[in-house]
Each structure stands twice: as structure tokens, then as C-alpha cells.
Design a protein around this ligand. Sequence first.
Ligand SMILES: O=C(O)CCC(=O)C(=O)O
Length: 280
Amino acid sequence: MTLVVDRLTPAIGAEIRGLSTNKSSSFAFGSELSEQLYQALLDNHVVVFRDLELAPLALARFGEMFGALGARHHRYTTHAECDDVVVLEWGGERKPDAAEWHADMTYRSTPPFASVLQAIVVPPTGGDTLWASMFAVHDALDAGLRRDLESLDAVHDMGAFRTPAYEEGGNEGMAEAFAQAGTAAHPIIAHHPVHGRPYLNVSESFTRFIIGMSAPESGRLLTHLFDLINRPDFHVRVRWQPNTIAVWDNRGSQHYAVADYLPHRRVMHRVAVAADSRAA
Ligand SMILES: O=C(O)CCC(=O)C(=O)O
């Protein structure tokens, strides 16, 4: 199979053409194809495929080409045909919850390596997803600030997932959700485990506090860093069609799901790849 990898912006993203599959395709870890896709993912941070109609089980097998699945989200339901596939469904009164820059589940001490997201139902317009290169954000930091950040860690927690937990279960519900989701401190400047490139590792969704600072000082610095992530120079924006699939490397990218399509429906299937088996 000859794959064509088309870079989408200088900062991040590629569209991959030439992958032929059918609904129940099977994919093998370690095959030539999976090595090519893995390399494309490392090079581009997010890769997008069009017209890849994969049933839930095949989507899970597709995800397994990148590593072992897992790290299921504490909040979302899974697909009846395959427990590894989370269903994200919004529309009508159900408001989307991911219109904030984030890398996935960084409130865990070991966040997932990658995510695979497939569009099932898309609104007539809107519902795009943006990705930001956190390598590019890092490289654009003022050199003095970058040096200061290199020795700092920040605490991540479940952020706005507090709201449904509190609304459904009060203080007890929130404490339970907190215990389930966990909380973790991570270096503000992290290094990609495979190629070592440094990236900015804080997000407006989940990063709450810089260790060793006062709350106001930490708040001001984090706000400055979150503002930088908003610069379009670091982004790619993807418009979904049914059976568009995106795979992103959670180490060095963040994403933002635009919530501009209500009351229309948008349904996505997602698989989380817990660990990068090749980097282990
Ligand atoms: O629905 C999307 O486009 C992205 C959802 C999201 O933020 C996620 O899967 O972490």
C-alpha cells in the first residue's frame, strides 16, 4: 500500500491518503503499515484519514496498531459492540464539553499516549476540531521565560468535569469523581519520550496550579501560557465528514472541539491508546 502524507500546516497535522480498508478490516501491530502510520504520527502530531469506514471492533484494532488500548474516560459511555470504543454524542440539549484546549487525561500520572477519533454523525456545518502543536508553542517562548519554566511542575486535575459530578452527586459525587479521575503534577516543559523534543505541557482544561508559587502568581503565569496556545500560527483545523478519522499524539499536541453546531447532532467514536509500545 502506498501512503501519501500531505502536511496541513507548518506547525502541525497531515492528511494521509491511500489507506484502503473495509468495515471490518484487521490491522496488525508491527506490520509495515503500522510502522509507517506510527512514523507519520510522530512526524505530524495529528494525522487525518478520510472515508475510513471502520466498525467499532475494527476501530479498536486500528488503535491497537499504535499500542495497547486503555485509559478509558471516567465520564463517557462505551459502545455496545466494543467496550474499548467510547461514544461522544452531543446535540439538542446535550452541550459539547470539549471546547477548551487540552491534552487528554493529563490529570493522571500516566496520561494516554494517543487517541483515535472517528466521525459518525456530523452537523451540516461546524463541529470542527483544532489541534495545536505544543512543540511550536514551546519554541516560540521567550528564552528567559522558557529557562524559568524548565524547573517547574504544575498540578493537573479534572477541571470542568467537576460540574456534572457536583450537579449529579453534590460534594460526595465530586469527591468520588476526583478520586476516580486522579490528580497529578507534571513538568511544565516536558520532553517527547521518543525524539526528545521539548513541548509546553499545560492546558487551560486541566492545569490548575504551579508548584511552589502563590495562587495569584501561578494564575497569572498560567493565563499567559494559555493565551499563547491560542495563536493560530500553531494550529490546524479539521472539518469532519462521516468516517473521517483523526489520530493524535497526546504528547506535544492539544485539541479543541468547536461547540458551534447545536441543536444539530454530532456523534464520534473514540479509542484511547494507553501506552506507546514502541517507546517502552
Ligand atoms: O470531539 C472532538 O472533536 C474532540 C473530543 C475531545 O476533546 C477528546 O476526544 O478528547
